[in-house]
Design a protein around this ligand. Structure first.
Ligand code: GPV
Length: 872
C-alpha cells in the first residue's frame, strides 16, 4: 500500500528532505556550520579534536539521509528481516569507514584542507568504540558492514556499555594493569538517542502457574528497569542502504516502588549494565548475577522491540517466523528462547505447542567454541532467583525432550527429584505428555532403547552442586539451525558437544558458515596503497572487486611480473615504516624496518599458545648467543611483535604478558643479538592498532592447539594484506591453506585427532620433558634460572607445561621451531616470497564477510536483498 504521511502535504515534506552533501563546497559549509552551531566554537580556537567533531557531525548528517530512507523503505516493503543479537560489537573507529563507504573521502580531504586541517590527523582523533573483547565482537561488526553493503534488511542488537573493554597499561615490572575506558566522555556523534523507544524489563519477583493445565503463569513483583534505545547508523559500501545497530541503556523506571530499594542499594540496583565482561567465561568467579541480568535485560528489550515492529504488520502471530529471523551470537542471548516462549504463552495467550513452533522457527544459533571450560552454564538457583518464570519454562522445555523419553523408558522413579521445580509443573508436563511428544520420543526410544547415559548427557540441566542450565543445549533445541564458524569447528560441534542432538534431530540442522571479514575496513581502509595497486592491476572499479572479492584472483598472473612485485614489496615496506613511525611516536622505540616482521596479536589465552611463541623467541635468542659474529651475520633479521589483552582474572595469561615484556627487555638490550632479533609487546591492542599492524606483517602466527580455535579471523586479515601465515592445522587456517595452496602457508604441529591421545599420554604415560623435548626443557630451565630476571615468578606458567601440558606445547615445540626455520629459508628468497605474498592475497576471495552474510541470508534466515532507492 501507499505510505501515509502522518500530517500535512507529502510534497511539502519531500521538498524539505535533505539529500547528500557531495561537493567540496557544501562539505565545507556544513563543517563550518557545525563548528558554530553544534560545537559553539570558532575558527580561531578549533583544534584537531574539534575538527574531528565537526567533520563527524557533518558526515553523520549524510548518513542520516540514507538511514531515514532505508528505514522508511523497509517499513513500506515489509520484507522478512534478520536480527543479529550480540553482546559484543567491536566497531573501532567510524569516520574513515563512513567516508569510504559513502564515497566521500576525497571530497572531505579537500574540504578540510581548505579549512586548514589534515584529514589523517582528524581521523586519528576518534576513539575506538570497543564494545567487545575480540574475534566474536569484531565478527559482529564485520557482519553489520556486509549486511548493509549487500542491501540485506538486518539490524544488530546489543548493549550500550558505558565502559568498553579496559585500557591495558603495562607496569614497570611487566604486569598488565586495567584502566576503565570511558569512551563516551566526549559526546559520541555516531549514536542517536531514542528516548521515546523504551521498554520495561523485570527481574526477580514471583512466578505463579495458573494451574489450569495451560502452562501459563503470572510473573509479578521484583524489580523493573527501563531499556532505552540508542541507534548507531551502519552505512553500506557504495549503496544507499544504511542499517541500524540498536544498543540498550538501562534507566530507573519512573515512579518505581521506592520501598523495594534501600538507599544504599539505589545506585547498584539500577543502571549497572554498563561494563563489558571478559569473554570465555572469565567472569565465572565474579559478577555472575550481573552478567545474567545483562543478558536478560538486552534480550528482553530486543524482543519487545522486534515484536512491536512485527505487530505493526497486522499479521497473525503464527506468521512471526515468516517475517523475523533472530541470530544468536553464541549462547549469550539464549534467554531469548524462554523469553519469547513467555511472551507468547503468558501475554499472547498462545498454546505451548504453537509457541514452541514459532520459537523453533525463529532462532538460529552460532557456536563459537567447543572448549568445555568456555561453554556457558547458569546455576539453577541463580536463574530461579533472577528469572523465576524463565526457569519454569526451561523445565517445561526439558519435559518433552528429556522426561517424556525417560517416562517412556519406564524410569519414572528418577524423575521428580531430578528436575521438577514445582508440583504444578509436574502436572503440566504430565498433561502434555500424552498429547504432544509421543511420536517423537517413541522414535527416540526405538533408536536408543534404555540409553540412560545419553539422556543425562543431553539434558538441558546438568546434575551437580548446584545444578546448572547448559545454555548450548537450550540454544540448540530452541533453534531452527545451528552452525559453527569454520569447517573443522562445525565438524567438531557435530561430533563432540552436540553429537547426541545430531543423532536425535538429524544432521541437516547442523551446518557451517565459515567466518569472513570486511575487505572495506581490512584492506581498502587500512591499506590504501595496496588497494590502489590492486585496482590498477585488475583494471576494475574499486567498488567492483571490493564487493566481489573473488575478483582478486585476477592478481595471480602478476606474481610473475617483476615490476609489479617491486611495487607490491614497496608497499609492504612503507607499511612497515608506518608501523615503526607509530611505535616511535607512541612508545618512543626505534624499530628495524629492514627485518622480517613477525606478528601475533590476539587475546591472551593458553589455547592460543602465546607461550609457545615466546619460548620460541627465547630459543632463537639462545641459538644466536651461541653463534660467532660471523655466523650471526648469515641469520635473517627478525622483529617479533605481540599485542593482546588478558582477562583481568586470568592469572596465567597475565604471567605470559609479564614474561614477554621481560624477555623483550633483556634481548633488546643485548648488543650481541639485538641487530638480529628484537621483540616488542605493544600495549592496549585495539581495532585501530590492528589496522596499522596487519598491513605491516610479513608473517603472522595462529598457533592454537589443533581443534581449539574455532575459526580465527585475523588470519584472514593478514593474508588479505599479503602477509603469510604460520599456523597449526586448526580453524580457518585449514580453509585458507586450501585456497592459497599448502606451499604458501607454514603449517606445523599435531592434528586434531591426535590431541585426545596425547593428553591421555601426558596423564598416564608421562615422559619427562628433558627426554621428550630437550630443546624446550633447556628454554624452560633458562627462564627458571632467572635469565630474564624475576626468578620464581614464572614457575606457575612454566609448570603448566611441565605438569599436564594440556595445550601440548611439548608435543609441538620441535615442529614449531622447524616451521620457523622454514620461514627463514623462504624469506631469504625475496622474489619467491613476494610471489607467495601476491598469491595469498589473490586467493582470499572466499573470506569476505559478504560471502558469509549471504550464506546466512540464503541458507538460514531466508531474507532477500532489499535495494534502497536513493531518490524517493
Ligand atoms: I565463545 N570467540 C570470541 O572471540 N569470544 C568468545 O567468547 C568465544 C569465541 C572467537 C573464537 O575464539 C574465534 O576462533 C572465532 O574466530 C571468533 O570467535 C569468531 O567466530
Amino acid at each position: 500500500g501507499k505510505e501515509k504521511w502522518p500530517r500535512g502535504d507529502e510534497k511539502v515534506w519531500k521538498a524539505g528532505m535533505r539529500s547528500l552533501d557531495k561537493d567540496v563546497e557544501s562539505i565545507t559549509k556544513s563543517f563550518v556550520n557545525h563548528v558554530q552551531t553544534s560545537l559553539a566554537r570558532q575558527a580561531h580556537n578549533l583544534d584537531d579534536l574539534g575538527a574531528y567533531q565537526a567533520a563527524a557531525l557533518s558526515v553523520r548528517d549524510n548518513l542520516l539521509v540514507n538511514w531515514n530512507k532505508t528505514q522508511l523503505q523497509y517499513m513500506r516493503k515489509s520484507p522478512k528481516r534478520a536480527y543479529y543479537l550480540s553482546l559484543e560489537f567491536l566497531m573501532g573507529r567510524t569516520l574513515d569507514n563512513a567516508l569510504l563507504n559513502l564515497g566521500l573521502k576525497d571530497e572531505y580531504k579537500d574540504g578540510v584542507r581548505l579549512l586548514g586541517f589534515n584529514i589523517e590527523d582528524i581521523l586519528e582523533q576518534e576513539r575506538d568504540a570497543a564494545l567487545g573483547n575480540g574475534g566474536l565482537g569484531r565478527l559482529a561488526a564485520c557482519y553489520l558492514d556486509s549486511s548493509a553493503s549487500q542491501e540485506l534488511p538486518l539490524w544488530g542488537y546489543g548493549l550500550r556499555y558505558k565502559y568498553g573493554i579496559f585500557k591495558q597499561l603495562i607496569s614497570p615490572e611487566g604486569n598488565q594493569l586495567e584502566a576503565p575506558d570511558p569512551w563516551l566522555e566526549h559526546q559520541n556523534p555516531w549514536e542517536l538517542p531514542r528516548l521515546d523507544v523504551a521498554y520495561e524489563v523485570r527481574f526477580y519477583g514471583r512466578a505463579e502457574r495458573l494451574g489450569d493445565g495451560s502452562g501459563r503463569a503470572l510473573w509479578t513483583g521484583g524489580q523493573e528497569v527501563l531499556a532505552i534505545a540508542y541507534d548507531v547508523m551502519i552505512p553500506g559500501y557504495n549503496t544507499a542502504t544504511t542499517n541500524n545497530l540498536r544498543l540498550w541503556e538501562s534507566k530507573p523506571k519512573r515512579g518505581f516502588d521506592l520501598n523495594s530499594f534501600n538507599a544504599g542499594n539505589y545506585e547498584g540496583a539500577l543502571s549497572r549494565f554498563v561494563v563489558l565482561f571478559a569473554d570465555f567465561f572469565a567472569y565465572r568467579t565474579f559478577g555472575k548475577e550481573l552478567r545474567l541480568k545483562q543478558q536478560y535485560f538486552w534480550t528482553a528489550a530486543s524482543l519487545s522491540d522486534i515484536l512491536r515492529r512485527f505487530k505493526n504488520l497486522n499479521k497473525p502471530m503464527s506468521e512471526f517466523p515468516e517475517f523475523v529471523a533472530i541470530q544468536l551470537n553464541d549462547t549469550h542471548p539464549t534467554l531469548a528462547i524462554p523469553e519469547l516462549m513467555r511472551i507468547l504463552i503468558d501475554e499472547e495467550d498462545l498454546h505451548w505447542d504453537a509457541a514452541w513452533k514459532i520459537v523453533t522457527n525463529t532462532f538460529f544459533y552460532t557456536n563459537h567454541t567447543v572448549l568445555p571450560e568456555a561453554l556457558e552454564k547458569w546455576s539453577v538457583p541463580l536463574v530461579e532467583h533472577v528469572l523465576p518464570r524463565h526457569m519454569q519454562i526451561i523445565y517445561d522445555i526439558v519435559g518433552p525432550i528429556y522426561f517424556c523419553t525417560l517416562i517412556i523408558l519406564h524410569l519414572t522413579c528418577q524423575l521428580d527429584r531430578t528436575c521438577f521445580s514445582s508440583k504444578a509443573s509436574v502436572s503440566f508436563i504430565y498433561a502434555r505428555l500424552c498429547a504432544l511428544t509421543m511420536i517423537k520420543t517413541v522414535a527416540v526410544e526405538k533408536k536408543f532403547p534404555g540409553d540412560r547415559e545419553r539422556l543425562a548427557r543431553m539434558s538441558l540441566i546438568e546434575e551437580g552442586q548446584p545444578k546448572q542450565v547448559r545454555m548450548a543445549h537450550l540454544a540448540c533445541v530452541g533453534s531452527r539451525k545451528v552452525n559453527g564458524v569454520a569447517e573443522l569447528h562445525s565438524d567438531l560441534v557435530r561430533t563432540t558437544i552436540l553429537k547426541d542432538f545430531v543423532e536425535f534431530e538429524g544432521i541437516s540442522k547442523f551446518g557451517n558458515v565459515t567466518n569472513g571479514i570486511t575487505p572495506r575496513r581490512w584492506l581498502d581502509q587500512c591499506n590504501p596503497e595496496l588497494s590502489a595497486l590492486i585496482t590498477k592491476a585488475l583494471k576494475l572499479e574499486k567498488s567492483v572487486w571490493l564487493k566481489d572479492l573473488t575478483k582478486l584472483e585476477g592478481l595471480l598472473p602478476f606474481a610473475e611480473n617483476k615490476a609489479f612485485r617491486k611495487e607490491w614489496a614497496g608497499i609492504k615496506q612503507r607499511n612497515k615504516e608506518r608501523l615503526a613511525h607509530y611505535i616511535e611516536t607512541t612508545l618512543g622505540l626505534t624499530i628495524n624496518t629492514k627485518a622480517l616482521f613477525d606478528v601475533q596479536i590476539k587475546r591472551l589465552h593458553e589455547y592460543k599458545r602465546q607461550t609457545l611463541n615466546i619460548l620460541g623467541v627465547i630459543h632463537r635468542y639462545l641459538t644466536l648467543k651461541n653463534m660467532t659474529p660471523a655466523q650471526r651475520k648469515k641469520v635473517n633479521n627478525r622483529v617479533v611483535f605481540f599485542a593482546g589483552k588478558a582477562a583481568p582474572g586470568y592469572y596465567i595469561a597475565k604471567l605470559t604478558i609479564r614474561l614477554i615484556v621481560n624477555v623483550a627487555r633483556t634481548i633488546n638490550a643485548d648488543p650481541d643479538t639485538r641487530d638480529y632479533l628484537t621483540l616488542y609487546f605493544l600495549p592496549d591492542y585495539s581495532v585501530s592498532l590492528a589496522e596499522v599492524l596487519i598491513p605491516a606483517s610479513d608473517i603472522s602466527q595462529h598457533i592454537s592447539t589443533a581443534g581449539t580455535e574455532a575459526s580465527g579471523t585475523s588470519n584472514m586479515k593478514f593474508c588479505l594484506n599479503g602477509g603469510l601465515l604460520l599456523g597449526t592445522v586448526d580453524g580457518a587456517n585449514i580453509e585458507i591453506a586450501e585456497e592459497v595452496g599448502e606451499s604458501n602457508v607454514f603449517f606445523f604441529g599435531h592434528l586434531t585427532p591426535a590431541v585426545e591421545d596425547l593428553r591421555y599420554q601426558h596423564l598416564y604415560h608421562h615422559i619427562p620433558i628433558e627426554k621428550k623435548c630437550p630443546a624446550l626443557a633447556h628454554v624452560l630451565n633458562q627462564v627458571s634460572l632467572g635469565l630474564f630476571g624475576d626468578n620464581e615468578v614464572y614457575e606457575p606458567l612454566l609448570n603448566t607445561i611441565r605438569q599436564g601440558d594440556y595445550y601440548l606445547l611439548s608435543d609441538d615445540f620441535d615442529s614449531y621451531i622447524a616451521a620457523l626455520a622454514m620461514v627463514d629459508e623462504a624469506y631469504s628468497d625475496t622474489e619467491e616470497w613476494i610471489k607467495k605474498s601476491i598469491r595469498t592475497t589473490a586467493k582470499m576471495g572466499k573470506f569476505s564477510s559478504d560471502r558469509a552474510i549471504n550464506e546466512y541470508a540464503e541458507s538460514y534466515w531466508n531474507i532477500e536483498a532489499t535495494p534502497i532507492t536513493p531518490h524517493s
